[in-house]
Design a protein around this ligand. Structure first.
Ligand code: DX5
Ligand code: ZN
Length: 220
């Protein structure tokens, strides 16, 4: 998994016109659609649930990458998978039986991933790395689009890349928060592969152009 994938986050899209917004990024060659689920409890914001994921599934062929920012993700894994999630990530900070949750995601037929907040150590990944398809390194504190990138996350991505490679694993690194043309190359150079961008894509007048520019910047 060395290929760069561009994953627009619909959090910054116009929710009244989601189908059109998605068609624009899909036509521009986006690779994944990143869906931010927030429960108003784990993070101080409330977004969408399985019915919206099901509606997205009907209007796009892109894989749906569902990022669960919620305190009890276990209770909703099947709902999100049934709604059409292709990959599902859970925060290591909230899940009590992480291995069990990751296996549950895989047994539902989705790709399991774990998410680390900026203040969470890579040490927490040690035992679960062999059981995930990807690790999502948050580069802002979760909860909102349009926040400023936290620079300290750059060396963290490089350290994670080494951890994965030393173990000979095939685990992708996803990065999320404050990413745009100005910093995407630095992340890719350190080993990031799935690039989430919300405001840098949907906060611009031409989201399709933004996807193409982001990919060009990512590839240097
Ligand atoms: C933040 C979400 C992100 C958000 C990123 O909690 O996980 O996916 O949409 O938005 P930008 O790219 O604007 O920082
Ligand atoms: Zn996200």
């Amino acid at each position: 998994q060395t290929e760069v994938k561009i994953a627009p986050s619909i959090l910054s899209a116009d929710f009244a016109r989601l189908a059109e917004e998605i068609q624009r990024v899909e036509a521009a060659g986006a690779d994944l659609l990143h869906v931010d689920v927030m429960d108003g409890h784990y993070v101080p914001n409330l977004t969408i649930g399985p019915p919206v994921v099901a509606a997205l599934r009907r209007v796009t062929r892109l894989p749906l990458d569902v990022h669960l920012m919620m305190t009890n993700p276990d209770a909703f894994l099947k709902d999100f998978r049934d709604a059409g999630a292709d990959s599902i990530s859970v925060h290591v900070e909230v899940v009590h039986h992480l291995h069990r949750t990751l296996e549950a995601i895989r047994s539902l037929g989705a790709r399991p991933g774990v998410v680390l907040n900026p203040g969470t150590s890579l040490v927490l990944l040690e035992e679960v790395l062999p059981f995930v398809d990807f690790v999502l390194v948050m580069t802002v504190n979760p909860g909102f689009g349009g926040q400023r990138f936290i620079e300290a996350c750059l060396p963290k991505v490089a350290r994670l890349r080494r951890m994965i490679d030393e173990r000979g694993l095939d685990v992708a690194i996803e990065v999320d928060g404050g990413i745009g043309r100005h910093n995407v190359r630095a992340l890719v150079e350190r080993g990031a592969q799935w690039i989430v961008a919300g405001s840098a894509v949907f906060g611009t007048p031409d989201p399709g152009l933004a996807v193409r520019q982001l990919r060009a910047a990512a590839l240097g």
